[in-house]
Design a protein around this ligand. Structure first.
Ligand SMILES: Nc1ncnc2c1ncn2[C@@H]1O[C@H](COP(=O)(O)OP(=O)(O)OP(=O)(O)O)[C@@H](O)[C@H]1O
Ligand SMILES: [Mg+2]
Length: 264
């Protein structure tokens, strides 16, 4: 399997950040959800994972984040094997997780508790809240915010821990379309803002337009047990526009990969 790009380019630049080798996972101890997963992320890359429901994308993210240990295979960060949850790898879930009894600043600061002085933690939290576009809402409570604002707080919290890698599991799926669109159009500059130490993002999504808008490279999962069945490099300039004819070519390419084989 080789990486395809519509303009024929196949170079990948930069250092490897997150890597997994021969990863497999079985909940039951017998039948594998996925097997032999090999993937890499490079510096300043947003990598998307797509695949039919139930192929194990969320499970794969949990294994990559070491929230659950792999049944087979290994996860490496900058060449060192990761064997327990690491603050260098943050996970943002599809369910918008904020603590209702805490202000925005306290919701973000929670990942820094006990690690640094409170004053410094407050400073970092305020900076991250500014970065996600919520300056002025530092002392607001989640109930005073919209779903989109709460998801921004969850992203600010994930960034406050200064992760190298951010894993995002369908982060826009519970937002209304307008809110999702505005967050989608900002997310790339938020996560790859030079104030962060973030080096790569892994995004799981079912929304192929979102994937073509955001990803540098896409891994397609499929089969049973699932594996990586294709890898596509999205070689489009940023900011990306749906008006660009190649945009739709990439959407079609992904769609074709995801269609059941017999109807291809
Ligand atoms: N805690 C669990 N215990 C046992 N089986 C599980 C558990 N969580 C998920 N599974 C099973 O593992 C498989 C993969 O689930 P997973 O949620 O990782 O898929 P997914 O690709 O993220 O699906 P979706 O696109 O619907 O979010 C499914 O068959 C699911 O039923
Ligand atoms: Mg899932």
């Amino acid at each position: 399997m080789s990486t395809q790009a519509l303009n024929g380019s196949n170079e990948t630049i930069g250092e490897v950040q997150l890597e997994c080798k021969d990863l497999g996972y079985s909940y039951s101890g017998s039948s594998f959800i996925f097997k032999d997963i090999n993937l890499k992320t490079y510096t300043d890359e947003l990598v998307a994972i797509v695949g039919p429901s139930g192929t194990g994308k969320s499970t794969l993210l949990r294994v990559l984040g070491n929230l659950i240990p792999p049944t087979t295979g290994h996860v490496f960060l900058n060449g060192t094997e990761v064997k327990s949850p690491s603050p260098k790898i943050s996970l943002v879930h599809q369910s918008i997780a904020t603590f209702p009894w805490m202000t925005a600043v306290d919701n973000v600061k929670i990942v820094l508790r006990g690690k640094i002085e409170d004053k410094e933690a407050t400073e970092i939290a305020k900076n991250m809240i500014g970065l996600v576009g919520l300056r002025g809402y530092e002392e607001s409570y989640p109930k005073e915010m919209s779903g989109g604002m709460r998801q921004r707080i969850a992203i600010a919290r994930a960034l406050a821990a200064s992760p190298t890698i951010m894993l995002m599991d369908e982060p826009f799926v519970h937002l209304d379309e307008l809110t999702a669109n505005s967050l989608r159009s900002e997310i790339y500059s938020i996560v790859f803002n030079p104030v962060n130490e973030l080096k790569s993002v892994v995004l799981v999504s079912h929304n192929l337009h979102e994937v073509v808008q955001l990803a540098d490279r896409v891994y397609v999962m499929g089969g049973s047990p699932a594996g990586i069945i294709d890898e596509i490099k999205i070689d489009l300039p940023r900011p990306r526009s749906e008006e660009e004819p190649l945009f739709y070519e990439y959407v079609k390419m992904l769609y074709k990969d995801l269609m059941p084989k017999e109807t291809k």
